[in-house]
Design a protein around this ligand. Structure first.
Ligand code: ADP
Ligand code: MG
Length: 284
């Protein structure tokens, strides 16, 4: 089983006597040799539940380091299952699923997961919630405090750092979850309809916030949504899935310039992307 020992998840164990094989394997996987065009690499992946219930069939997806890929598809087509496999919460039944050249078998610190519901600890303040990871890992207080203060400032949460979850709004709670994930400096952020429960205006501000965090920290983002506008606005590429058994039927590069802004919604290109995706989802 993999034992990621560094923050980026790479296995940097030093070989002991008689472990020449391990050394070779380790050297073969030096970070600089990892193909950044295949940061997330899913090939011919299937997933069955309970023996004969085929949820995902022949899923192929390659995501470059730093890319934002949105996945859209009808309810029940297996979007969450796909994300859970990349997260390491579920095992695939067949095929390849890798992050940074390593097969995924379990969750790892290089992958952050943003759930639809923020799942904050109600007995902890905002600051305690966002720093739980580094505090549990024994990171020096000065290091996590500096990073937390910076991220809380960027997300407009500084003045709420001593509030408890019941004292903040749904949008703020989702920002807290995002900060908690970014505290671990993930190379991959996996997001499962994270803004689906928020009102429209809050969702728009979350899009701006996510893209500004992405521009600064450049994580690879795999983002699931049923909202086609959201997918086009955020993504470098949109992957469209079909109904069960789930499969990616088309990938559409989104060539809108960055930084993305409100004006993009009014462009012909935006409308054309939206029409194509809705067509692939069966709307005419
Ligand atoms: N742990 C599980 N055991 C059995 N069936 C499951 C499990 N998780 C999901 N499913 C089924 O797999 C299908 C796809 O689910 P899901 O990945 O949640 O779809 P989506 O996120 O696209 O709505 C659904 O029919 C769901 O009921
Ligand atoms: Mg889902």
């Amino acid at each position: 089983m993999r034992t990621p020992s560094a923050a980026n998840g790479f296995d940097d164990r030093v070989p002991r006597d008689g472990q020449v094989e391990t050394m070779t394997t380790h050297l073969e996987r030096r970070p600089e040799q990892i193909d950044e065009d295949r940061w997330i690499y899913v090939r011919e992946m299937d997933k069955h539940f309970g023996g004969d219930f085929l949820v995902l069939s022949n899923v192929n997806l390659t995501v470059r380091k730093g890319e934002v890929v949105c996945i859209v598809g009808p309810s029940g087509c297996g979007k969450t299952t796909l994300l859970n496999i990349v997260a390491g919460f579920e095992e695939p039944s067949g095929g390849i699923c890798e992050i940074a050249g390593e097969a995924i078998h379990e969750p790892g610190p290089e992958r952050g997961f943003v759930f639809q519901r923020p799942a904050l600890f109600p007995w902890m303040t905002v600051l305690q919630n966002v720093t739980i990871g580094p505090r549990v890992c024994g990171v020096a207080r000065n290091d996590w405090l500096k990073r937390a203060e910076h991220l809380l400032g960027e997300t407009g949460l500084s003045q709420f750092k001593d509030h408890y979850p019941y004292q903040i709004s749904g949008g703020m709670a989702q920002r807290v979850q995002l900060v908690r994930v970014m505290m671990n400096e993930p190379s991959v952020v996996l997001m499962d309809e994270p803004f689906g429960a928020l009102d429209y205006q809050t969702r728009l501000s979350m899009h701006q916030l996510l893209l500004s965090l992405h521009a600064e920290y450049r994580p690879t983002i795999l983002f699931i949504t049923h909202d086609v506008d959201e997918a086009v606005f955020l993504a470098d590429r949109v992957a469209v899935m079909k109904r069960a058994p789930g499969e990616i039927v088309r990938e559409l590069p989104i060539e809108l310039d960055r930084p993305r802004a409100l004006r993009h919604y009014a462009t012909k290109e935006f409308a054309a992307y939206k029409e194509t995706i809705l067509g692939l989802l069966g709307f005419h």
